[in-house]
Design a protein around this ligand. Structure first.
Ligand code: NAD
Length: 403
């Protein structure tokens, strides 16, 4: 890649909740000896948020990133080759496209663009300008996740897949007085509710594990219509995103994944993440919508139990040194550190990132297919959502943001 300094000069744009995990990723790499990038700028409309991250970075990096409250000024300063975009979904495209047009390489937090159309525009800008575009997707990159994916896909530990049942049902309402939650309650700002938020991790993992999706049928419900005061851009409004859904995802292999969620139903909380195959069953540990982030266990047809620890040990033993260096750079097994290094490495070497814009789009399309099926009241084909011929749910978002 041309016009890149060595080390890559990185700007962090959006210094809210998840940027803390990105900074921990930078730190983990730095402390393990990585000098392939340096963070030169922190940008947030709230200067105190940018300052907090800049100080955290200075504490291990030794030099403090410059502070900006405006991305345009940051670009003008000419101190960054690349940007790590951690903004609310509605600003992903309006941040990433100008950055790419100004010649920066960009990594965007999931779910990449707010709609399919916005995502395609980001991808087109990267292609037109010859810049690296990566999707910041951490879940697939942990040792725990990679080990379970290897066991299912390559070792066929549980045989042919027969059914996947993932449910998370509880009563836990968002705190709409928290600025990080205000935009999460408004469809125009977030693009959808949790199908689009944590769900983006789930939809990425399902396709990573089980391949191409054929069709989706999904019901959507919103029981929470509490007021939200002073939401970004929109001001006072009411919550309008889905808080309850039931989706049936059919893969071209014939596998059906059942995916059910509510945060608005009372009584016993349910959390299930079972992956059933012809030779056994795997259970994902931890949060059901972050498949295998905390690892998994298996019970085989003959009753043998396979532990999380043995899965990881077997997986690591199967890797060559080159594979280990690429999958767990500098020995780090944290998904955020790995995604940052992968982005920087792509800029430095010209190699395709593990999760580029198109891979981000494919994860996103499955989220959108759930929404499109929900508003259509019938199953939708994945490819119709991918190519934009089915877009009823997304149309008002595209119109509002002039996408
Ligand atoms: N990978 C994960 O596990 C994970 C977890 C949470 C969030 N996320 C993703 O990270 C992104 C950000 O989520 P969050 O939870 O950090 O949100 P947040 O609301 O906590 O932070 C967003 C930050 O962006 C700032 N901001 C808003 N508009 C801006 C602008 N125009 N220029 C500069 N700064 C601006 C806000 O002041 C805020 O500090 C989203 O895409 C979300 O889906 C990923």
């Amino acid at each position: 890649m041309s016009n890149v300094t060595n080390p890559v000069r990185l700007a962090l744009i959006g210094c809210g909740g998840i940027s803390g995990a990105h900074v921990n990723g930078y730190k983990a790499l730095f402390e393990r000896g990585c000098r392939e990038f340096i963070v030169t700028a922190c940008c947030d409309v709230r200067e105190q948020s940018a300052r907090r991250r800049a100080q955290e970075i200075a504490a291990f990096q030794g030099s403090e990133p410059a502070l900006f409250t405006d991305q345009t000024a940051m670009v003008k300063a000419g101190i960054a080759d690349a940007a790590d975009v951690c903004l609310p979904h509605c600003f992903h495209h309006s941040s990433a496209i100008p950055l790419l047009n100004e010649g920066l390489h960009v990594m965007v937090e999931k779910p990449i663009g707010i709609t399919v159309k916005a995502t395609r525009q980001i991808i087109e800008s990267a292609d037109k300008n010859g810049r690296v575009l990566a999707t910041a997707e951490n879940i697939r990159r942990y040792l725990t996740t990679r080990a379970c994916a290897w066991a299912i896909r390559e070792q066929h530990l549980i045989g042919e897949m027969r059914l996947v049942n993932v449910q998370s049902i509880n009563y836990s309402q968002f705190d709409y007085t928290n600025p990080a939650m205000k935009w999460r309650g408004v469809k125009l700002l977030t693009g959808g509710g949790m199908i689009m938020d944590s769900g983006a991790h789930f939809t990425d993992m399902m396709q990573l594990l089980f391949g191409e999706v054929d069709e989706v049928y999904c019901t959507l419900n919103s029981y929470d219509h509490r007021p939200i005061l002073d939401a970004p851009v929109i001001g006072n409004t009411t919550a309008d995103v889905e808080d309850t859904w039931h989706a049936i995802i059919r893969f071209t292999s014939g596998l059906h994944v059942l995916w059910t969620h509510s945060r608005s139903l009372y009584g016993e909380a349910v959390s299930t993440a079972n992956y059933y195959g012809s030779r056994g069953t795997m259970r994902a540990l931890g949060f059901a919508f972050h498949p295998f982030q905390n690892g998994g266990t298996a019970v085989l047809a003959d009753g043998t139990e396979v532990s999380n620890e043995s899965l990881q040990a077997d997986y690591m033993a199967s890797l060559t040194e080159d594979e280990k260096n690429r999958l767990f750079p500098y020995g780090s097994t944290d998904g955020f550190a790995v995604e940052v290094w992968d982005f920087v490495n792509s800029i430095r070497t010209g190699q395709k990132p593990e999760m580029d814009g198109m891979a981000g789009l494919r994860a996103k399309v499955l989220c959108e297919a759930c929404y499109e099926s929900g508003v259509a009241g019938k199953p939708v084909k994945y490819n119709d959502v991918l190519n934009g011929t089915v877009d009823l749910y997304q149309r008002p978002i595209n119109e509002y943001w002039k996408i």
